[in-house]
Ligand binder design. Sequence first.
Ligand SMILES: Nc1nc2c(ncn2[C@@H]2O[C@H](COP(=O)(O)OP(=O)(O)OP(=O)(O)O)[C@@H](O)[C@H]2O)c(=O)[nH]1
Length: 318
Amino acid sequence: MNQPHTEFSEFHWLVEVLQTVDIGIVVLDMEYNITAWNSFIENNSGVDSADALGRNIFDVFDDLSEQWFKHKAETVTQLRNRAFTTWEQRPYVFKFKNTRPVTGVTDYMYQNTTFIPVANSAGDVENLAIIVYDVTDTATSKIELGEVNDQLALMSRTDGLTQMLNRGYWEDLLAKEFLRQQRNPREHSLIMLDIDHFKNINDTYGHQVGDDVIRAVAKVILDNLRATDFSGRYGGEEFSLVLIDSDQQNSFQLAERLRKKIEQTAVPLPDGEVFVTVSLGVAGWKPEMSEYAQWIEQADQALYESKRNGRNRTSLAP
Ligand SMILES: Nc1nc2c(ncn2[C@@H]2O[C@H](COP(=O)(O)OP(=O)(O)OP(=O)(O)O)[C@@H](O)[C@H]2O)c(=O)[nH]1
């Protein structure tokens, strides 16, 4: 005698809960017409439940991908299995505005969603429920963390003063290129370049001007290499370059071009300008080299020969 009343109050209580929870609930029939629409969906879509009920979901959300949605829904109802989508696979199913204070990361609510087949008492699937979780906070912090990590990765590869590769990363690239050379040799060359009497620049004009000189030399190098070449700041006023598909003789010519351009590059001073010269050493790759350090060593020896012979010149490794 009490049974119907209990069931009714339980139902009422359940509906109350569904209206209050902080997740979205949409229920559709097999023709994709809306049969339930809770307050969360109402508030975020701006469509009242009274207006939504009975309407087709694709009319209410005209940017909902019909093909994708139907495929998902059919899989769920035919297999009688739940299915999930995460914001990483698809940022949102229903396009709701992001209600958070401006994050700069997203204009829309990131959502995880669950598709649930709903069977009647006879066991036939007659409805499809879609549960929507607002995961904007998690998603934005994960995206921001990813951006910070990218930034850190870039910083860990780059020299702060010149924006060239730093020595560690340049050597990593050299090590990889060296391994490729051992398998499939080509005519690559390595150049070491050092600013002449740089200590005098610092001592005469101060470290600020010294830094400007280093930046100016780096710019000439970067502006004159091919996209496939790679250069790094090897030490304070020393730079290292790998020229791809350039034999020792061609690389000597490029080194001379760099040397002359740097010699003609004026670095501004508060009251005038200063010019510097550089010394260079060029070493082509040789099959007898068993490790990349020997390649650097050969270019270094050629560089020191340039220094010994009076600087502002290029020497070739023997
Ligand atoms: N301003 C500035 N100076 C630096 C930096 N890194 C290294 N140095 C200076 O570079 C100078 C290098 O001097 P040395 O190794 O004696 O060589 P050099 O004076 O160039 O003489 P040679 O190479 O023989 O022609 C030192 O005084 C270092 O303090 C930097 O990032 N900025």
